[in-house]
Design a protein around this ligand. Sequence first.
Ligand SMILES: Cc1cc2nc3c(=O)[nH]c(=O)nc-3n(C[C@H](O)[C@H](O)[C@H](O)COP(=O)(O)OP(=O)(O)OC[C@H]3O[C@@H](n4cnc5c(N)ncnc54)[C@H](O)[C@@H]3O)c2cc1C
Length: 502
Amino acid sequence: MAHNEAVDVVLVGAGIMSATLAVLLKELDPAIKLEVVELMDSGAAESSNPWNNAGTGHAGLCELNYTPQAADGTVDIKKAVHINTQFEVSKQFWSYLTKKGTFGSCKSFISPVPHLSFVQGDSGVSFLKSRFNVLSKHHAFADMEYTEDKAKMAEWMPLMMPGRSPDEVLAATRVMNGTDVNFGALTNQLLKHLTSAPDAQVKYCKRVTGLKRNNGGWTVSIKDVNSGNTREVDAKFVFLGAGGAALPLLQASGIEESKGFGGFPISGQWLRCDNPEVVKHHQAKVYSQAAVGSPPMSVPHLDTRVVDGNKSLLFGPYAGFTTKFLKHGSFMDLPLSVRAGNIGPMLAVAKNNMDLTKYLVSEVMQSMEQRLESLRRFYPQAKAEDWRLEVAGQRVQIIKKDPKKGGVLQFGTELVAAKDGSLAALLGASPGASVTVSIMLELIEKCFPNKASGEWAAKLAEIFPAREKVLETDAALYRKINAHNNVALELVEASNETESYA
Ligand SMILES: Cc1cc2nc3c(=O)[nH]c(=O)nc-3n(C[C@H](O)[C@H](O)[C@H](O)COP(=O)(O)OP(=O)(O)OC[C@H]3O[C@@H](n4cnc5c(N)ncnc54)[C@H](O)[C@@H]3O)c2cc1C
């Protein structure tokens, strides 16, 4: 067995998270030596693949579950505002890279697609109106339009209006500057850019099988999936960007901070349509409300997708249950993740979430005709022959210890880091790829605090002229940064008024 090559950083997995962190670290320290280790034979083969996720550039423009309504009718917009500014931070990084010239075109991964919310029935309309009234007063949502006029809705969503009863109660909002993002193309573009620099490698068909502490860092065991040969690499810092499989690797690290975490895998399916005669009538991502009692990731949406220059429509997702942590994983993933430290929280979650279990069972049992019925709530004249069922990526929701309930199920993401900053893992899946850059900046601040506030501070300020907090409150700065990013990413045409922040 070959032994102990040494690098500064090992990143496990070649999805959007590792690719972003690796490129960011190389920008901050061009001398850093790093290796990305990927199980599959290409980048973005799991959740970051464009057909495994919905490709929504989540900016809080259309996702109704980001603006919960309290019993007294008030709508809380904090989460939508935060996700919007996180997405603006992602756009700053992509704009910075695009402007370098060597990164390649942004058109391969980001396209302008309007974001709409669509509701049915009196309570839906009253919620959407309240949401619009609060949200449109915030500078990040100032361009939002609201309508209950069906003629206008037919302009906004031509596919969705024919075939409806004239007395159906409907409302919609629209924001023109939403996006569709091909996170797979972006990941592979980041990896290509990374490996054009010295001392940066991506190794495919290699599985990380173990992690051991060494003096101040980690020894990472890596197995070649074809030959079975194993090598060991010493790294000062390890990032577990293994998507759903980050949990077992975190457990293998044995760090104190990993104790008590469990995972609850939820699979997904979509209906996909590539018929150009249908696709050309829908140019939007239209999100609606989830059925009462269903989890947030089940919010139905009918989306324009732009993948490799071709347009398609996706509808879904339909949830499902499997014990795999990755789409290409093993049915033993869930059972093998049970530990003395997480069995309590896992059992508590099983006991307290019977409604979720029932929901998943009902989703799994659906026939194609029932799936088409859900689609027809959006697109009443949908024909079965235009749509086919596809399997989406795997989400592993976080189970965590809770002092009161024993264990809770979380639908967001969580960065778990060792106290000494030598290892970090990303658990969970939502809002996911859109906010990768903010998550990786949080990682840098947590694991490299002295460098982030010292030798890397000037470069960070150059790449990110405005971070989330200031963008949430400073309307003029938000408008300037947003306009600049939209031009740099070719989402709008440059106008004479567009200011540069350089
Ligand atoms: C159905 C669905 C819809 C979604 N929709 C959206 C959306 O519209 N917008 C959005 O922003 N986000 C969305 N997301 C979330 C987004 O896709 C994920 O947050 C993101 O892709 C996660 O990236 P990642 O790099 O962490 O993981 P992944 O892309 O899953 O990459 C992990 C990689 O690690 C590799 N790996 C695993 N174990 C090992 C090992 N032991 N050794 C080596 N390599 C290993 C895997 O092969 C894989 O390539 C969605 C997710 C799903 C499932």
